[in-house]
Design a protein around this ligand. Structure first.
Ligand code: CMP
Length: 148
């Protein structure tokens, strides 16, 4: 199977609760390589843009407030079958439905404060990755900068 990429954010709740290291360890143990990573804080308008697909949903304003409430860790991850395998590793959106051992089961507080984001398709992974990282901040497994 071809190597491909997904995008993740460790959300403000998990950063605040001190789970960055444990979540990154789970990511590494599951065989993902980190292509790009940065700790940053989204402005309200950046959070609105990132989650624009949900703007008609009743939870949109709360989600934007939450996602801009503190720092996040954004990262691009690489692995064979990255999108699907990462969604398995993080578990269901609602932590009550997440399988034992998944990142959300271990570290989520609620449906909204669900510890991590993971892209739902290869197309969205590319869009979301580009939202945070220019090509010269993405590094292949050999540590080489990406060519634009
Ligand atoms: P994420 O995978 O980042 O994608 C959209 C986010 O919206 C989701 O995780 C949750 O944080 C949030 N979300 C999705 N559904 C609901 C809901 N029903 N109520 C509150 N928040 C939600």
């Amino acid at each position: 199977m071809a190597k491909n990429r997904t995008f993740t954010m460790i959300k403000p709740c998990a950063v605040k609760n001190g789970h960055i290291g444990a979540i990154l360890a789970k990511i590494n143990e599951a065989g993902f390589r980190i292509v790009a990573m940065r700790m940053t804080r989204l402005s309200k308008s950046q959070a609105e843009a990132f989650y624009g697909v949900h703007k008609e949903r009743p939870f949109f304003n709360d989600l934007v407030g939450f996602m801009s409430s503190g720092p996040v860790v954004a990262a691009i991850l690489e692995k064979e079958n990255a999108v699907e395998d990462y969604r398995k590793l993080i578990g269901a959106t609602n932590p009550e439905n997440a399988e034992e051992g998944t990142i959300r089961k271990l570290y989520a507080e609620s449906m909204q404060n669900n510890a991590v984001h993971g892209s739902d398709s290869d197309e969205n992974a590319a869009l979301e990755g580009r939202f945070f990282f220019p090509a010269n901040e993405c590094f292949s497994v050999e540590g080489k900068e990406e060519l634009v």
